[in-house]
Design a protein around this ligand. Sequence first.
Ligand code: ZN
Length: 133
Amino acid sequence: MKKIEHIGIAVTDINKSNELFSKIFGKKNYKSETVESEGVTTSFFQIGESKIELVSAINSESPISNYLQKNREGMHHISFEVEDIVREMARLKAEGIRLLNDTPKKGADNKIICFLHPKDTNGVLIELCQEIL
Ligand code: ZN
């Protein structure tokens, strides 16, 4: 793994949270993007070398909608950038870590992504991401 790419925060109202985090960070988000296939809409803030992703549900089948029914808004996942996501997925699988998807899927911000099963990661939802070139 190369570095922490971003930290994901689950929110119920992306517009309100955009305003809130713009105040907190003293700057606006640099991108908003809806990923229909995942049922989410996202918003990215750049803080120095780090990024914060706000993520909210666009429909009731969205994993974020599920998440917010069971949990409060807040820290949702940590995303690590990897050089070769397929190789990293195979390596982790061989280590006995379950993956939430068998093949990389399209994420926001020009990335392909894969989530690791939080039951195999001390409860931390870890996302792997690789930039699409
Ligand atoms: Zn993410």
